[in-house]
Design a protein around this ligand. Sequence first.
Ligand SMILES: [Mg+2]
Length: 309
Amino acid sequence: MKEFELIEHLIPLLPGNKETVVGPGDDCSVLDVGMPGKLLLFKTDAVVEGVHFTKDDGWVRIGRKAISRALSDMAAMAGEPLSALVTLGLPSDFDFEKVREIYQGIRERAALFNVSVSGGETVRSTQGIFLSISMVGWVPQGRLLLRKNMRPADALFVTGELGGSRSGKHLDFIPRIEHAKWLADRFEIHALMDVSDGLAGDLQRLIEASGLGVELLSEAIPVSKEAKQAARQSGTSALSRALSDGEDFELLFTVPASVAVKLLDAWKERFPGLRLSCIGKVVPEKKIRILSRSGRLTNLDCHGYDHFQ
Ligand SMILES: [Mg+2]
């Protein structure tokens, strides 16, 4: 069973209540707990030794990655993160120095965004180390930038560069919290998410949520130099690496096409060090198609990262 199939089977089993404004299916769940003018964001995420990291990655970086993934999902809602709980699974012969380093990584990133770690849990693990991070944050009431909100003829944007994350970015990335808030404060963002499982896979989620499709311009997709390098080494194409490597932790969003140029100009001024690319548009037909340099339009058949493959 693939990950998305498992999730599809699980969703009908999950209870809801009237306080749950957005349940499963977006980057965070959204709860109305009666805070005036605010909605609560709620998220959990886990990293597992041998799947998301190896012991050679360095424990500070592993801690950093674990909390940054949850922060990236807060960014994907243009949210303000508040506090985290950390569950740490350790083999019985654990070395305290490693644990101290993991928490050092967590502290560094938490401090960057004024997030507290307000508790947690340690458990014994029979195989390797794992870290699970739950996080709460908030968004202003009425500002829900959900995946399902994209609209036909929207322009589709992505921040940064894609692919090749395994050469280091997947451990060291800085979640796009500030960028997302800036965007949401100034522009009419329709849909927003973070690119965690590869652009192709995450676009699939966007079209599933909205019932619409996207048309990409192959030349506009920002391919990282690490993706180009990985492509040379593995004999694959750099574009396919950018589409499917995963763990980019960039922002993917749509805006009305009429504001695209203004947005690009304002972005360049505010964030000169981070690329922003308009990579295509939203179309009514529920498909992902890609327009090649030669003008040929083909269905995108390469998939993002699946955790169960
Ligand atoms: Mg996400």
